[in-house]
Ligand binder design. Sequence first.
Ligand code: NAD
Ligand code: MG
Length: 389
Amino acid sequence: MSENTADKRHIAILGSTGSIGTQALEVLEANPDVFELEVLTAHSSADLLIEQALKFKPNCVVIGKEELFKKVQDALFDEGIKVFVGADSLVQVVQMDEIDVVLTALVGYAGLRPTLSAIEAGKHIALANKETLVVAGDIVTDLAKKKGVNIYPVDSEHSAIFQCLVGEFHNPIEKIYLTASGGPFRGQTREQLALVTKAQALKHPNWEMGAKITIDSASMMNKGLEVIEAKWLFGLKNEQIDVIVHPQSIIHSIVQFEDGSMKAQMGLPDMKLPIQYALAFPNRLKSDFPRFNFLDYPQLTFEQPDPKTFRNLALAFEALKQGGNQPCILNAANEIAVDAFLKDKVSFLQMSDIIEQSMQKVSFIKKPNYSDYVATDAETRRLALEIIN
Ligand code: NAD
Ligand code: MG
């Protein structure tokens, strides 16, 4: 790095080879005067990680899988890019002095530890990894407050709420409406859902995403996780959060204030916008993202969600209501259930059974500490696997 980079924002991307990660790199590439890349990480996509590192020349990279370490190291040796391996390295690299903002674009519970570590070191967080807030939202937001760290939402709905709140600092929220596309199975009955295949579930009507969140969107668990995510991000009471199905995914979410006024944020569904907003906040960077054309969408429509058919949504609201470690149980059981569904071991509807049974059987803890969450996650995974096998 020869040029002066002090006035740039220095970014670490955890999960750079995924859907969010690769789109974040497009944002960085389009704004070389604004951002400087410090860290890239991937779990098993070594080839893509190497390609990204050769192109973006970060300070260091982390590969998750031990057996891929040598391959990545050999490929990046001549460039002087440091290479580390494993989950512990992830926890360490996020604390590097050079980093200003950590984008958490890795999937699942694995995001919790590196996110806490980054906050501990005073790094701002651009949060895509919603599971972190679902599992331990109290601990994460408390630590962020203590460290003076901002958590900028990347999830499109939460980015929408955040954008609606700019300039409203002293005005309390009456309630928020998170919009949901309804996914590929909107309007179907349980009889129909019993027969859906993995290939059908992996086809989302409006968004191109990683496999886990695509299945979560089909089952409505994604919206359930987002309700819990919203509680922690915006400090809301449970009854202030509502879900409305909006199949066109143009209105990304809505805030209702105490005078009854509602503010919504809208635009074409494109994750690059919320990613860029989170990384560049409070600035809006000029972009060439496709613009919305009203005539392409003569009607924006809204429906009630159907938690009787899509039971995962009801289970998430139940976990939210019970609080304690129940959302952590919900998340771990869901991760196991989705993985089993993707491996053709359980049917679409069985995913909800696994989650519900796990929520009933794992010991409830009203005020969990960090080790309680770690133990709850492990116990739930064990039990959920037992239910499946
Ligand atoms: P993805 O599966 O496309 O990518 C996941 C990334 O994380 C990859 O780089 C992978 O190498 C890495 N990874 C996977 N498991 C890991 C582990 N155990 N340890 C370390 N790294 C690991 O996922 P995605 O769709 O980009 O989603 C990432 C996160 O962002 C998820 O939490 C998801 O809910 C959230 N999110 C995604 C979207 C979207 O449009 N894709 C929208 C909103 C929120
Ligand atoms: Mg979302």
